[in-house]
Design a protein around this ligand. Structure first.
Ligand SMILES: NC(=O)c1ccc[n+]([C@@H]2O[C@H](COP(=O)([O-])OP(=O)(O)OC[C@H]3O[C@@H](n4cnc5c(N)ncnc54)[C@H](O)[C@@H]3O)[C@@H](O)[C@H]2O)c1
Length: 322
């Protein structure tokens, strides 16, 4: 069998090759940007492993030989899941490779704002050396952290934050009460934004969450509050966020993810003095990358051996006998 890595940001596919070698799969690598690129590169491929390339219905229709699509990482919004389900194509991901990294990064972005680290750094470099040059700082234990989406990463964020902030509250309508740790208070969406001093987003990008953090919720936030987004850029309505910052509603925001990545030159978000940006780096450590690549490829090995990938997102049709 042949497996296409549709787009790839590592020096070489040696990790994936070593794993897929176990079932004798040939690995080919593309740098596909559009679904047309994927269609061209995927000729004769049974499996795809994708980073950002969109795997839409056109790809699956043009290449019916594709039986399994694996997405590096947790987010599968770049794959048309309904089309895959309709066509009996398995979809898998590697959702748990970087939970610690993302939660640690979200905490770093939270603390960089609470302690004003980024702004104090800018001030010192600009010749201003004073402990309050970046404005008043509130004691972290007096603050309430609000978590939207209490899944794998949200729960870890709650765990690593519980000793730092005075209170941790969270909204996740899809969990039962028993899934909320005892140190996290369950609240609804409106209450989360009204009560938290700092909101950290950990929801997947879905029809329901696209643009969810917009004017309506931002207007509910307390004056001087802060936002962290390590989830997906399109969960936040960025123009509405910049307006809330300019209106003084929010003190600052830290975004690891943006609706368009990288952001186009001249995008207002790049120039806003109270926005802290990182380049979709929350998942990254050397160890997490190896784990992600190994797990993405192992989905296909498991599917070949057992008929099921390790991490099933969409259940596909049974694999035809070899
Ligand atoms: N920045 C990065 O490098 C990076 C890395 C990994 C994951 N992510 C993003 O983080 C997201 C979360 O990852 P995870 O592993 O914790 O996923 P997860 O599926 O374990 O958790 C997501 C949680 O969000 C909840 N949820 C869904 N819709 C909601 C809504 N409308 N309101 C409130 N809660 C809602 C779900 O019930 C679930 O508990 C991923 O979907 C991905 O987009 C980003």
């Amino acid at each position: 069998m042949k497996v296409l890595i549709t787009d790839f940001r590592h020096p070489d596919p040696s990790v994936e090759r070593a794993v897929l070698d176990e079932v004798g799969a040939e690995v080919v690598v593309g740098q596909c940007k559009t679904s047309a690129d994927v269609i061209e590169a995927a000729a004769g491929c049974t499996g795809l492993i994708a980073t950002y390339a969109r795997i839409d219905d056109a790809v699956l229709a043009a290449r019916p030989e594709i039986r399994i699509v694996c997405r590096y990482g947790a987010g599968v919004d770049s794959v048309d899941l309904a089309a895959a389900a309709r066509r009996g194509v398995w979809v898998a991901n590697s959702p748990d490779y970087g939970i610690g990294e993302v939660a640690t990064h979200a905490l770093a972005l939270a603390l960089a704002q609470v302690r004003r680290v980024a702004w104090l750094d800018r001030d010192v470099h600009a010749g201003r050396f004073h402990f309050s040059s970046a404005g008043p700082i509130r004691r972290a234990t007096s603050l309430t952290l609000g978590i939207l989406g209490l899944g794998r990463i949200g729960k870890r964020m709650a765990l690593v934050s519980r000793e730092i902030f005075g209170r941790v509250i969270a909204c996740d309508p899809y969990l039962i009460d028993g899934d909320f740790p005892h140190y996290v208070e369950r609240v609804d969406l409106e209450t989360l934004f009204a009560r938290a001093d700092l909101v950290s987003l950990h929801v997947p990008l879905t029809d329901e969450t696209r643009g969810l953090v917009g004017q309506r919720l931002l207007e509910r936030m307390r004056p001087g509050s802060m936002l962290v987004n390590t989830a997906r850029g399109a969960v936040v309505d960025v123009p509405a966020l910049l307006a809330a910052l300019d209106a003084g509603r929010l003190q600052s925001a830290a975004l690891d993810v943006l609706p368009e990545e990288p952001p186009p030159a001249g995008a207002p978000v790049l120039a806003h003095p109270r926005v802290l940006l990182t380049p979709h780096a929350a998942f990254y450590s050397e160890a997490s990358v190896i784990e992600n690549r190994t797990k993405a490829a192992r989905n296909i090995v498991d599917w070949v051996r057992t008929g099921r990938p390790t991490y099933v997102v969409v259940e596909g049709a049974p694999r035809p006998a070899p």
